[in-house]
Design a protein around this ligand. Sequence first.
Ligand code: CO
Length: 216
Amino acid sequence: MKSYEELLLENKAWAEERVMLDADYFKRLAKVQKPEFLWIGCADSRVPANEITNAEPGEIFVHRNIANLVFTNDLNLLSVLEYAVLVLRVKHVIVCGHYGCGGVRASMQPQTLESIDKWLQNLRDTYELNHERLERIENLDLRADLLTELSVEEQVKNLSKIPIVQKAWSEWNQPVLHGWVYRLSDGILNPISRIDPQTSPISDRLVDSLPDQKKI
Ligand code: CO
């Protein structure tokens, strides 16, 4: 485990190496960001979006929270989504969960932490919806893994109903929504769901109810 001083030293070494390889690297990066992807992932330290996809700084706009949940009244998530979809105009939004997720597991247990307990309600709703299928699995780790997949699918559906996404779909036919699950044991991403703008019915009522978006 590194000490915090080491993090700062490593940062210096990394920045120097970048400049050695490409003298204009930071100058270019500082000017503009034009990522094609928005990543909504779990806060788990073992699932860093850029590292596991071998992406460079500037390629992925990232939002992370416990158990990668999409609440339609989460101001933090909505602000990230609005900026990424309507201003940066990302082409893809990826909800990425992971097997062995502590948040998913916690939602299946008696509650002890007040804030997390409220946060995980979304997962408990998904559990309730699918409880017969889930309870056929006796192994609790495997049951949590299925709940992870079902939840990712549910979060992608939640995204598809948000007016920000509906507006982008009706006006420029993007972004595509993806649900992926990452396996900690082998580092592989498993794509499990996808919603394309062309195939999803757009609610005119939702689009009409949107205020004009201002550029941030
Ligand atoms: Co997690």
